[in-house]
Structure formats: structure tokens, C-alpha cells
Unconditional design. Sequence first.
Length: 292
Amino acid sequence: MRLTVGRDQPDIEKIRDFANWLLDIGEGKLGGPNDGETIIDIPNDILINDPDDPIGSLIEFVYPSILEKYSSTNYFQERAILAPKNEVVQEINDRLLKKFPGDEVEYLSSDSLCQSEFVHDQFDANLYSPDVLNGLKVSGLPNHKLVLKIGVPVMLLRNIDQKNSLCNGTRLQVISLGKRVIEARIMSGTNIGNRTFIPRISLTPSEKKIPFKFTRRQFPLAVCFAMIINKSQGQSLSKVGLFLKDPVFSHGQLYVALSRVQSREGLKLLILDKDGRLTNKTSNVVYKEVFL
């Protein structure tokens, strides 16, 4: 229904076929009967097939003429590269940030152990020096080193002001880079186009894998030319590039990624097998009991 709004009748049939294909992926009907993980074939017309520089081709599809158009108000608002894992997202973001014009501004966090950790007699604070804390990369927490340029798209990693659409997952574009605040323009949500100021805030990760609590004072932002699939939920985009260096790993993840786009022409997938070679096959994870 979302795809066909405002379309001409000749386009609606094509869009309906695309929508049905998406629904079949979401319901686990492709690749034969399955309940869990199965391998499906992706049509060739939506695949990146460049053997020389496949990542470059994916970037060029999603962000054509980026150096000329990035200052346009809605350029980044309408497009994104998605991937299942943070490591792959970081790889794409680093590559595009280097390509982006302008001077880099580097922001380093201030990391410290929470004082409550010293309550335990056997806790040795010397084991967790600032260098150790700086090196920790935790999901949902900004990295110790945040490198930005004016004009780059960023994503908010914490709820700051929900009334004004400054929520976890909100996309913004950097306008100016100060020492104490970063000025940005909102690109998603209900207040698109509004300007806002993002301060440094103190964040404590809730991840149970870390056997101690620490606080990181940093701007709650991450570069987001590319983002993980889970962060893209609820967004509607005109250009989506899906980079499957590793296959999806959770229920409905592939459907979420593919259904962000408004048309089949706005979608391309880059799929690599376990040996790093181009392929047209990928995993789809769907557990049928979810629908019962």
C-alpha cells in the first residue's frame, strides 16, 4: 500500500509484483518450505555485479555525484547503505568519509570507571586504565574517537528530546562543528529541516558482556552514510544499497532491509560468499511460529 500511493496505473502492476516478492521474503515463502534459515536467489537486475570494485559500484549507485550534491537539503535524507553488522557499516563509513570534501574534526571521549565499582574489595582499578576503556567498542555507544566533517550525515545514538524528534536512530546532517556543541539539521522523523545543537553527554553502556561499569562522555553521534539494518526500521528511502558481506542473522532482518526502499529501481544488493566472491545467493531467516 505504501509503495503504490500516488503512482500511475502502469507502474502499479510492477510495484505490486515487487511488493509481493518482498512479502514472500518476509513470510519465508522463497527457497522452498522452511522454518528458520534458508538460502534464496536474488534476481540479477538488483545485484551489483562489478568484479573490480563492487563496493565502489554500490556507493556510486546509492550516492551518485556525492561531491556535487551533498549540500542539497534532501540528498542524504532519501538514501542509505545498509548492512547486518557494525564492522561492515564502519568500513563503508570510513571509505566515504575519506572521500568527502573538507577538513576532519576529531573528538575524543573522556572515559572513566563508575565509582560504584570500587565498592568491591577485590576489584583492581589498575587493570582498566584509560587506554583500555578508550579501546572498548560497545553497541549503542559512540566510539572513543569520533571523526566528522561539515556536511556528513550522522545518526543520534540516544534519546535527547523526543518531543522534537531527537531520538535514538534520528538522522541528521552536520552544519557546524564546535568544541562544545555540534550544530546539525534533522533529516528524519517529524521535524525534518529543523536545526538543533547536540552536546556531549555522559553515557553508561548496559551491555552485560562487560564485567564492569564505565562512563563515556562523548557526542552521542555516529557517521551514517551506512547503518545497520536494525537502525533503519521505520524509514522510507528512495535509494537503498544492501551490503551482505555477511548474511543476515535474525528473524525478518532481510525483509526489513529490502522494504525500506520505495521502488525496485531504487534497490541494489552486493552479496559476497564466505570466500569474498560475488554471489546471487543469501540467507533469509524466518521463524514461522512468530506468525501464529
